[in-house]
Design a protein around this ligand. Structure first.
Ligand code: 0GY
Length: 294
């Protein structure tokens, strides 16, 4: 982590390596964020971390360096429910970005239409207490019902020890679900560990639950070369090849130590999706179905 003189955190590496792996043509980074720039897009008063600026120009430079074509920009918690920075990034991408918003559940239908016109295709429910003050399930369900007409999905972020409590809520969501970082399993338990078994039970409960095979840097306490992550996640990608997404998670919100090398993250793709067919599904076919169906 690096802090500037005002205490704002930089959680990304300034000089990512160029990956050896060349992604297939049209590859989508389906989980990334933008921070600010703060002068135009101030952070929420409720933000739990205050990052340095990481705007669209930086995101698109990284996209090009890593060999990707498109981004899905996920509204980060530091911007609260004001999606202006996310919409600005999408607008600057010439059609090569789509987004996931975070909304006040009381949002009006006209405002949802405006988000759709701006490239949003889903909303995110965040259950991490260290990131948000509250996660009102009844209100979430209400807005989940109201986005169905737009063909959107819900992205859910939770930790493995809350999955059992969340099952009835997740079952009641009437649109497709995408689970951020597989619900943060303990990958050191291995592919047949309790967390992965519980997560597979969730995937098996509906055929419209997708997952992001993301964040070895957050999930594997041993760090590079992320062997525990690869061992736990590769079987999941192989067994659910049409429901897996991949993303950098740049600019790695909140990472205070062990900031990952984005090029190194790309090189893990070959280890979790070892065939060209799996790589094409993970990086192109699946995210295109979910975000560019129109
Ligand atoms: C992530 C992970 C995190 C943060 C956020 O919205 C956010 O602030 O998503 C985290 O701290 O685990 O998905 O990028």
């Amino acid at each position: 982590m690096s802090k500037d003189e005002t205490g704002r955190i930089r959680s990304w590496t300034l000089a990512p390596s160029t990956p050896a792996f060349v992604p297939p043509v049209g590859a989508v980074d389906a989980h990334c964020h933008v921070f600010g720039p703060m002068a135009r897009f101030p952070f929420s008063p409720k933000a739990k971390y205050l990052p340095q600026d990481a705007g669209p120009d930086m995101l698109f430079a990284l996209r090009d360096r890593l060999g990707f074509a498109r981004n899905v920009v996920v509204q980060a918690s530091c911007h609260g429910t004001d999606n202006a920075a996310t919409l600005d990034a999408i607008a600057r991408a010439n059609g090569m970005a789509r987004g996931v918003a975070v909304v006040d559940p009381a949002i009006g239908d006209a405002e949802l239409d405006t988000l759709h016109a701006g490239g949003v295709r889903g909303i995110r429910f965040n259950f991490l207490k260290r990131l948000v003050d509250d996660a009102p399930k009844d209100e979430f369900l209400d807005v989940a019902r109201r986005i169905a007409r737009l063909g959107w999905h819900v992205v859910v972020y939770f930790e493995a020890d809350t999955l059992e409590e969340l099952r009835p809520f997740l079952a009641a969501i009437p649109v497709p679900l995408v689970i951020d970082h597989m619900g943060r399993p303990d990958v050191t338990q291995g592919p047949d560990g309790a967390d992965m078994i519980a997560f597979r039970r969730l995937l098996d409960s509906r055929d419209d639950i997708w997952f992001k095979a993301t964040c070895p840097d957050r999930l594997d306490p041993a760090g590079e070369p992320y062997d525990a992550f690869v061992a736990a996640v590769r079987p999941l990608v192989e067994d659910y090849p049409d429901r897996a997404l991949w993303g950098t998670d740049w600019p790695h919100p909140n990472m205070e130590s062990r900031i990952p090398d984005d090029g190194g993250l790309v090189d893990i793709i070959r280890r979790i999706a070892p065939t060209a067919e799996l790589q094409r599904k993970l990086l192109v076919d699946n995210p295109m179905r979910l975000y560019w169906a129109d």
